[in-house]
Design a protein around this ligand. Structure first.
Ligand code: GLU
Length: 391
């Protein structure tokens, strides 16, 4: 037994399975193995040149010092513009915080508000980090199970039935990771009507994939659809996925001022300000041209369609068509007679040169998530390898 032990809070959480599988694939590749990684969710498209130019210009201008904790005034203004223009949320810059990725904004929001005994409702399958952050904060995760047949969406009745006096948050993610589920405006308003009856609860609306939906619909988000919930909704967005700058780590969140201030209080003691150069790049991302997104969306749609077709042609695998984001949740239930678990299945696929993440990492079961934000030729080859590995 080591003399120094880890904290009880850390003991409650597991490492992120998305980043763990990605690191593992990178290590195998570095060791000379031919591995195609469809594990992490990041667009393979080149970062738009105007965003890179803004980062370089910031460096050349000596923009290398601390900034205000919640972000530069310029970026908070640009983010407020983004919330208004792209998500229909009317919010002043003081109700916006900039963090080191959407993940940090979520971390700070939950840590700033949760106490032991609180419950957090999370539709499952969920993004890997949601439940871990909740557990780290000492609160309880209450899963709201969804099914492929139900479009991986919760219903207002399901939400109402799950709410108790202990409910502190609902975490909503549309378009959703890992399922690609997208809620329509009416559904969002119906969920909002339930939330309005429970003023003790908050909703975290994670809209990071809003620019990436393939059903042609208009994105609907809770804070825009139900402005009367302004004091109960935190909307998280960013530039990582929309501008292919995952590594620059910039996320933004908009919500009631008391919550933004609470998050900034915590941020002032954790990372301090987000990286100054990254903030300059994010200003360019929010204020610059957005027209390239239509092309990205179309290319991702084509990839989505070919992945869905290829997966559904492999015996014992199936996937519905995701309406947004860039993931397919593959059902491999018939294969569980051959493999001890979906993790074992993923290790088998890794042996055959493809890295994907087990559904169980997302609170799902008997399947795996594929990210199709990868080069077309690599995607085709990965699907051939999966078919061969399971033949
Ligand atoms: N959100 C992406 C994913 O699910 C990035 C990795 C992560 O932070 O989980 O793959």
């Amino acid at each position: 037994m080591p003399a120094v032990t880890l904290s009880a809070a850390l003991a409650r959480i597991a490492p992120s399975q998305t980043t763990a599988m990605t690191d593992r694939a990178a290590a195998l590749r570095a060791a000379g193995r031919d591995i195609i990684s469809l594990s992490v969710g990041e667009p393979d498209f080149p970062t738009p040149p105007h965003v890179i130019a803004a980062a370089k210009a910031a460096l050349d201008a000596g923009d290398t010092r601390y900034t205000p904790v919640a972000g530069t005034p310029r970026l908070r203004e640009a983010a407020a513009l983004h919330f208004n223009r792209d998500l229909g949320i009317d919010v002043p810059p003081r109700q916006v915080i900039v963090s080191a990725g959407g993940k940090q904004a979520i971390f700070h929001a939950l840590l700033a508000t949760l106490n032991p005994g609180d419950d957090v409702l999370i539709p499952s399958p969920w993004w890997v980090s949601y439940p871990e952050i909740v557990r780290f904060a000492g609160a309880e995760v209450i899963a709201l199970p969804t099914t492929a047949a139900g479009g991986f969406r919760i219903t207002p009745d399901q939400l109402e039935a799950a709410i108790t006096p202990q409910t502190r948050w609902l975490l909503l993610n549309s378009p959703g990771n890992p399922t690609g589920a997208v809620y329509g405006a009416e559904e969002i308003r119906a969920l909002g009507a339930v939330v309005a009856r429970h003023p003790q609860m908050l909703v975290l609306s994670d809209d990071i994939y809003a620019p990436l939906r393939y059903d042609g619909g208009q994105h609907a988000t809770l804070a825009a659809q139900c402005p009367e919930l302004a004091n109960q909704v935190l909307t998280v967005s960013g530039v990582s996925k929309s501008h292919a700058i995952t590594g620059l780590r910039i996320g933004v969140a908009a919500g009631p001022q008391w919550l933004i201030e609470a998050m900034a209080r915590l941020q002032s003691h954790s990372s301090g300000n987000p990286a100054s150069i990254s903030q300059a790049a994010a200003v360019a991302a929010f204020e610059g041209p957005q027209d390239f997104l239509a092309d990205w969306r179309e290319r991702l749609r084509v990839r989505r369609d070919s992945v869905v077709t290829a997966i559904n042609a492999i015996p014992d695998l199936s996937t519905p068509v995701p309406d947004g984001a860039f993931y397919c949740m593959v059902d491999a239930a018939p294969l569980m007679a051959r493999f001890a678990s979906d993790e074992a299945l993923c290790l088998h696929l890794l042996e055959h040169g493809v890295a994907v993440v087990a559904a169980s990492a997302f609170g799902g079961q008997a399947g795996f998530r594929i990210s199709f934000a990868a080069d077309d030729a690599l995607l085709d080859e990965a699907l051939r390898r999966i078919a061969k590995a399971l033949a």
